[in-house]
Write a protein of this length. Structure first.
Length: 487
């Protein structure tokens, strides 16, 4: 008892000290909400609900999509509208594609927040090769594409060549991409592209094969989230807003940030306390799971859909390839981004707790749908169909061009041209340096000649002749060394 009393006294002493420090900081004391700081420092996380989550690759009543016919609706909702802007009479010529690839760096600048990683991906006889257009070698996302396609021995992928933007951020703004560029994320609003016109393809760098099973009646009836606040996100992101609101409403919310990056991290640490890590399977121990955007759409959405909990999803413009098939109140319960996002989530929890059968129906529908359409094999089916439809844009000439080694020839010519351009720039720079060196040598020679003449005309005859001769020899040696180095 005495130990607990002493610990409580120490906590309040620390809080009082922090309060005095903040009063002395002026502007910061006006920006930071003092109550939030105290709640963050005193926050006590609840332990994970007891019990073990079953992780299953199959359960009765669940079935994966196995054919293109199974994915027909997914194609209509997502692939068809992505490719529609590039369909035209007569198709796309291979020469247009070659011109696009060779001018890609100049025509399509990288996103200001991205690293600029992009490459030409070539699929031939079921093997994948990547030729970098810009960025670093051996990017793990390209490695995942290669591994996924080459391991799908039961599927025959068509020969094809296509440009992939491997950054999170889309790059095809303002009509910069007259031909398709594949990417994982973009913005979509009102049934059409917003800002950019990339073609979305599946993410292959996560494991989406498992069902997470935990009895509904034992799930904790709160909204739960564990996420990161990344440097590319604003300080008032939905995740940050939700984490702050959670400090005030621990009875309904357990929304935590496990990592804070970026220039705002020191300020954000005063707004909410960092939360402890919780494994993805243990997420299934809560009834309501949050999905809020990060820098782009949250890739974890599929995993929380597989947990047989109700997904509370932020409505936003960011999408992955399958998002246009999701329906609010069928696969998830929606909330809007904004300063009142936390209050909206509380309202959703209260509504769904009052209509438990409705909540269970949404959770079950999401779990069955994600298992059927979003595991690895259906993703590969989608990607194969995507390449088949993409090749049709070229009127049948893409397969023949790839089979004949066209991409390698294109890349080889482009590398040779790049080397020639680099050699020309280097030669021009070398010539410029030689001219500067010659001018400097001439100025040095004139200065040395003037100094030698002055030495020869002054002083005694004996000293001037000896000293002048030595001085002139030294000047000549300096000139010779200079020309050997720069001539």
């Amino acid at each position: 008892m005495r130990r607990q009393t002493a610990w409580a006294a120490l906590q309040w002493a620390v809080l009082w000290h922090c309060w005095l420090l903040l009063l002395g900081t002026g502007a910061k004391g006006q920006i930071v909400n003092q109550t939030t700081i105290f709640k963050a420092l005193l926050r006590q996380e609840e332990p994970t609900p007891p019990g073990k989550v079953e992780v299953l690759t199959y359960a009765p009543g669940f079935e994966r999509a196995r054919t293109d016919a199974d994915l027909a609706q997914l194609f209509r909702d997502n692939l068809d509208p992505d490719l529609a802007p590039f369909k035209r009479s007569g198709g796309i010529s291979i020469q247009e594609f070659k011109d696009f690839v060779t001018t890609f760096n100049e025509a399509v600048p990288k996103h200001q927040l991205g690293e600029g990683n992009a490459g030409l991906v070539v699929v031939r006889n079921g093997s994948v090769q990547v030729h970098w257009l810009r960025g670093g070698d051996n990017h793990w996302r390209f490695a995942c594409i290669k591994a996924a396609v080459e391991s799908a021995r039961s599927l025959k992928f068509p020969d094809s060549a296509f440009v992939v933007n491997i950054d999170d951020f889309p790059i095809c703004k303002e009509g910069r991409c007259p031909l398709p560029v594949f990417t994982n994320y973009k913005k979509w609003r009102g049934g059409k592209n917003l800002d950019t016109n990339e073609v979305l393809f599946p993410v292959f760098n996560h494991h989406y094969e498992d069902l997470y099973v935990f009895p509904w009646e034992r799930k904790r009836p709160k909204a739960f989230m564990r996420a990161s606040q990344q440097g590319c996100m604003p300080a008032n992101s939905s995740r940050a807003v939700l984490a702050v609101t959670s400090e005030y409403h621990p009875q309904q919310l357990d929304l935590g940030i496990t990592r804070i990056d970026g220039s705002d991290k020191h300020f954000l640490k005063f707004r909410f306390s960092k939360a402890g890590f919780v494994s993805i399977e243990d997420h299934a121990k809560w009834r309501y799971l949050l999905s809020a955007d990060g820098c782009v759409a949250q890739t974890r959405l599929v995993k929380v859909m597989l947990a047989n909990s109700v997904v509370l999803k932020e409505e936003s413009d960011w999408i992955e390839y399958y998002y246009r098939s999701l329906k609010p109140w069928k696969h998830y319960a929606p909330f809007r981004a904004g300063p009142d996002a936390g209050e909206q989530v509380i309202g959703l929890v209260q509504h769904l707790e009052a209509h438990e059968s409705k909540a269970q129906a949404i959770a079950s529908e999401a779990q069955h749908w994600a298992y059927r359409y979003l595991s690895q094999y259906p993703r590969l089916l989608y990607f194969r169909r995507q390449l088949l439809e993409y090749n049709k844009l070229f009127g049948g000439s893409m397969e023949a061009w790839v089979a004949a080694g066209g991409p390698e020839e294109l890349v080889g010519h482009e590398l040779a041209a790049a080397k020639r351009r680099a050699h020309t720039r280097l030669a021009a720079a070398h010539l410029h340096l030689r001219r500067i060196a010659r001018k400097s040598a001439m100025r040095l020679q004139h200065a040395d000649q003037g100094s030698a003449a002055a030495l020869a005309s002054s002083g005694s005859s004996s000293s001037s002749s000896g000293g002048g001769s030595e001085e002139q020899q030294g000047l000549l040696q300096r000139q010779q060394h200079f020309w050997l180095a720069h001539g």
